[in-house]
Write a protein that binds this ligand. Structure first.
Ligand code: APR
Length: 245
């Protein structure tokens, strides 16, 4: 895949590169994106109907089991060339801020450091009442299990619809978008706010904005560079071009 020379130059000269990823960066690992149809047992549900506090209050067992299924799926897959290229890129530029909407932890498994997780991480569990992470709890047949501290239901440490994002993560992500010279927007439909605001904030701050996505999004018309390709193809190609540069 050919990377435009002007893009290679912009990334080579950047002191600060910010990257926002969405479900598309994990697609080639075999993790279905949100806008993919749900598969198998979960085909009858829409994520929007399961990933909400109300859904958990009404059907805690169903929501817990959906995340348990996703945790098992993610545990079985591996980071793909897109994740690995971003991890290697972090070591080739002066500063790379990796911001992800994904909750699968694959960036960390690929070796990326200091990942900003805007929507949490499904491998972490927290107390529904206290909103504090719980690392372990006594064995139980009850589903979901209960908080060993207060007895409320445990839940995945992810941001659900209608919930606010972790303030510190969002603040860091907004600051990186306003400060970077180049902003890569990879594998996201760029429709869910506030994450979707980040590439436009980078544009407004004068950064070179790049979209990597096989299909178009609300960002496509505004981006300086659009690589209409899979992340697992475009990111390794960008890395190879940088090495030649
Ligand atoms: N490489 C790059 N992009 C891809 C690939 C790929 N191999 N495969 C699919 N895509 C693109 C799709 O074209 C789509 O634009 O990835 C995007 C996935 O979009 P969504 O499924 O909407 O996922 P995302 O943008 O991460 O959703 C944002 O919405 O559902 C909530 O909280 C959830 O974090 C999620 C947020």
């Amino acid at each position: 895949m050919q990377i435009p020379e002007r893009l290679v130059e912009a990334v080579s000269n950047a002191n600060h590169l910010a990257v926002l990823t969405g479900a598309g960066v994990s697609a080639e690992s075999g993790v279905p994106t949100f806008r993919d149809a749900q598969t198998g047992l979960w085909a009858q549900y829409r994520p929007e109907d399961l990933a909400t506090p109300g859904a958990f209050r009404r059907q805690p067992r169903l929501v817990w089991e959906w995340y348990a299924w996703r945790r098992e799926l993610v545990a079985r897959v591996a980071p793909n060339p897109a994740h690995l290229a971003l991890a290697e890129l972090q070591g080739r530029v002066p500063r790379l801020t990796l911001i992800t909407q994904n909750v699968d932890g694959l960036h960390q498994r690929a070796g990326s450091r200091d990942v900003i997780e805007l929507h949490g991480n499904l491998t972490r569990t927290k107390c529904f009442a206290e909103n504090r992470v719980v690392d372990e709890w006594p064995p139980t047949d009850e589903v979901p299990p209960r908080c060993p501290r207060c007895g409320a239901h445990l839940r995945p440490d992810v941001v659900w619809f209608e919930e606010s994002l972790p303030a510190e993560a969002l603040t860091r992500a907004m600051a990186a978008s306003a400060d970077c010279e180049v902003f890569l927007c990879v594998g996201t439909s760029t429709v869910v706010y506030p994450a979707a605001e980040l590439p436009f904030r980078a544009l407004a701050a004068g950064a070179v904005v790049v979209e990597i996505n096989p299909t178009s999004t609300p960002l496509t018309a505004r981006a300086h560079h659009v690589l209409t390709a899979a992340a697992g193809v475009a990111l390794p190609a960008l890395l190879r071009a940088l090495k030649r540069d």
